[in-house]
Design a binder for this molecule. Structure first.
Ligand SMILES: Cc1cc2nc3c(=O)[nH]c(=O)nc-3n(C[C@H](O)[C@H](O)[C@H](O)COP(=O)(O)OP(=O)(O)OC[C@H]3O[C@@H](n4cnc5c(N)ncnc54)[C@H](O)[C@@H]3O)c2cc1C
Length: 416
């Protein structure tokens, strides 16, 4: 059986950064397995600007950002890349089954594995919309791929369901290509996209955002003809007699992303109910020793810079694991309480020796609030001017904090 020190599943921004970091930390046998024809992942279809402000202190396009990392791994003697190759099975003994045009069907054993498979879009099947099933309904990311990579504009009169970032970016992109975007409907009373995308993709193009609205009917025999939206109350129940009808030929769905965790599930990795990704410790190691996770397969990110910084840690710790070093001490749970959806890492070792950067998301927007972190007698308060579910927050637990923490850590958000 072929063996490697570190095998990375997925050559998107997470996989590329993890590979480079592992090489920088002394690993000379790293394999990236990527199912696409090139590395870069989702970034290759994101031709807009806005990537890399933290990492490179400049605004790059998606492919531009990806290329910076491709340049670091291509021709790197420590890193081998298999393109058009898919991992179809992962076992808990760190054996992978791979299908590859060059190698055929084979099994590979790794001393450490880094999961970097990204995420997929929720489809119409995941939400309940009444009506027919005509042509003209796409996931927003799928329409983005058609337009930006294949040069195919999917429609001319467009409505978008969901105000996540992909939907917002596609509202602007389709407008720039000559389509008429009639509006974006969002179930929640607030947007699920970054504030800068609301401004730059909707407001700057006079595209209406219908908050607390959802699509209640899809009309069309062969092709989409109309959609009906209705207002919802605070319990997300449709309010009668609030219908508005739009004549459209295209509906784009931007209703959420789900980490791509089929392989993880099959291997028996413990997944988190909220993130739908693996439960990890401060080393980004999953419940199976030697299997690490980073990027969108772990939890959905809005900023690629955060993916890169997380992948750097997974790459670093995968090398340390091979050298026999892992987290030390018993595991302490990080518990998301009032107003917090999740905190990651979900567990940390009591004797962690370095600062731990925690990522979290809140359940609803708040202004002038505090994030309160408690464990026994320890308490830390972090003031925030505003927080929103769309924007991932970062809080650092310093080594000095960690010295005072010996039991479960509870997180909550409170308005001042
Ligand atoms: C439409 C959109 C717009 C965005 N806009 C911005 C922005 O403006 N600014 C910003 O900073 N961030 C933005 N982001 C966020 C950021 O770009 C992503 O979160 C990040 O690129 C995700 O990287 P990843 O490596 O985790 O996943 P991906 O890029 O999805 O990479 C995963 C890779 O794994 C491969 N793979 C999956 N399964 C297997 C398997 N079984 N075997 C082999 N290979 C496999 C896939 O082919 C893919 O290449 C945007 C994201 C999207 C989707």
């Amino acid at each position: 059986m072929e063996t490697h020190d570190i095998v990375i599943i997925g050559g998107g921004s997470a996989g590329l950064a993890a590979a480079y970091q592992a090489s920088q930390n002394g690993c000379h046998d790293i394999l990236i397995i990527e199912q696409g024809v090139e590395c870069g992942g989702i970034l290759q279809q994101c031709i807009h600007n806005g990537f890399g402000l933290h990492t490179f202190k400049e605004e790059l396009s998606g492919p531009g950002y990806a290329q910076r990392f491709i340049d670091r791994v291509e021709n790197n003697p420590d890193i081998d890349i298999w393109l058009e190759s898919t991992v179809i099975e992962m076992r808990n003994d760190k054996t992978l089954t791979v299908v590859s045009p060059k190698k055929g069907y084979l099994e590979i054993h790794a001393k450490a594995i880094i999961l970097a498979m990204g995420c997929r879009e929720r489809t119409r099947g995941a939400i309940d919309i009444k009506g027919t099933r005509p042509n003209g309904i796409y996931n927003a990311g799928q329409a983005q791929k058609f337009l930006n990579l294949d040069g195919y504009l999917v429609g001319k009169r467009v409505f978008i369901l969901g105000s996540g970032d992909i939907g917002l970016i596609m509202a602007r992109r389709m407008t720039l290509e000559g389509a008429k975007v009639l509006g974006v409907a969002e179930l929640m009373p607030y947007s699920n996209g970054l504030a800068r995308n609301i401004k730059q993709c909707l407001e700057d193009f006079d595209i209406p955002l219908y908050l607390s609205h959802t699509i209640t009917k899809i009309i069309g025999k062969d092709n989409l003809e109309k959609i009906v939206i209705s207002q919802v109350d605070e319990n997300r129940q449709v309010i009668p007699d609030t219908e508005m009808e739009f004549e459209v030929d295209t509906l784009l769905l931007s209703v959420g992303l789900i980490p791509e965790n089929k392989l993880s599930e099959d291997a028996g990795i413990k997944l988190h109910s909220q993130t739908k990704g693996a439960i990890v410790d401060e080393c980004y190691m999953t419940s199976i020793p030697g299997i690490f996770a980073c990027g969108n397969v772990l939890h959905v990110h809005d900023l690629v810079d955060f993916v890169t910084s997380e992948a750097n840690k997974a790459g670093y710790w995968a090398v340390k694991y091979i050298q026999g070093q892992t987290g030390d001490g018993h595991l302490i749970n990080q518990i998301a309480n009032n107003g917090i959806s999740y905190v990651l890492p979900q567990v940390i070792h009591e004797n962690a020796q370095a600062d731990i950067e925690c990522s979290l998301r809140v359940q609803a927007p708040h202004k002038d609030c505090q994030i309160i972190i408690k464990s026994g007698d320890f308490q830390k308060i972090v003031k925030k001017r505003s927080v929103a579910p769309a924007e991932m927050e970062k809080v650092i637990l310093r080594v000095a904090d960690l010295k005072q923490i010996h039991q479960d850590i509870e997180w909550e958000v409170r308005e001042c």
